[in-house]
Design a protein around this ligand. Structure first.
Ligand code: 5GP
Length: 237
């Protein structure tokens, strides 16, 4: 497969066309950003760790019947994916209160959320990703009622599968963000699932094992990403 022209550049990934119909290449760069791009750095190997974890998780989800855009890894940082028409929603599932939920509402960090909460934000940095509800999503024509139902059911299914995967490694899946897109007639899980898009706490120590380490300068970000990548991909007992 040949990599062709750049289709899209995000804050941490670039997407390229290819010479194969219906296939794109996603390159995970070493850029890391937080607070709507207000904090930015380049951290060596970061793209590789996130690509490795995303690929592992997409394969695990596919084995468990989830339709994802993942096809294969080309090298450590480049992933071949199915070409989707992305839906500009950030679908967040929360199992434990943290982050913006705690900042915006009267709930204590660490409060278990049972059943889990789904929050859907509009993916638009210029508007600071405002929270949506079903009626706004339908009124704006972002997704149909049927698509929304599929997306929410899939997000909760992914939550069950990922929570089990993390629990087996002694990690609490606090919350995470998913993005979906349209393929031919089907909704697929797209984007990435990595330490940048999940909030993970060590079950024993409560230590952050995700981008909060970067956001709030809690330690050596890359040492932690490397360690977590080993744990999640089960390369360490
Ligand atoms: P919060 O709303 O607490 O900031 O985020 C909830 C979860 O969704 C966290 O795991 C966070 O990493 C993820 N998340 C929310 N917005 C974004 C985003 O714009 N990009 C990425 N990569 N993850 C996000």
């Amino acid at each position: 497969m040949k990599q062709k022209d750049l289709l899209y550049t995000g804050k941490a990934k670039s997407v390229y066309r290819t010479d194969v119909n219906d296939r794109l290449i996603v390159e995970f760069r070493d850029d890391i950003t937080a607070f709507d791009g207000g904090k930015k750095d380049v951290l060596k190997n970061k793209g590789g760790y996130n690509a490795e974890v995303s690929a592992f998780i997409f394969e695990y989800l596919a084995k468990n019947g989830v339709k994802t855009h993942f096809v294969e890894m080309l090298d450590e940082k480049r992933m071949v994916v199915r070409h989707l028409e992305m839906i500009p929603l950030e679908v967040i599932v929360r199992n434990v209160a943290a982050g913006s939920l705690v900042r915006n509402y009267p709930i204590k960090e660490g409060t278990p959320l049972n059943p889990p909460i789904i929050v859907i934000d509009y993916k638009d940095d210029s508007r600071h990703d405002p929270m949506l509800n079903d009626e706004i999503i339908i009124a704006l024509g972002i997704a149909t009622e049927k698509e929304l139902k599929t997306i929410k059911t899939s997000a909760l299914n992914v939550n069950r599968l990922l929570s089990d995967l993390m629990a087996a490694q002694g990690i609490t899946l606090v919350d995470f963000k998913l993005e979906f897109g349209r393929g031919k007639k089907t909704i697929y899980l797209g984007d990435e699932i990595s330490m940048d898009s999940m909030r993970l706490w060590d079950k024993k120590t409560g230590e952050s094992l995700d981008k909060d380490v970067y956001r709030f300068e809690k330690g050596d970000v890359m040492a932690i990403y490397n360690r977590v990548a080993r744990r999640i991909t089960q390369q360490q007992g």
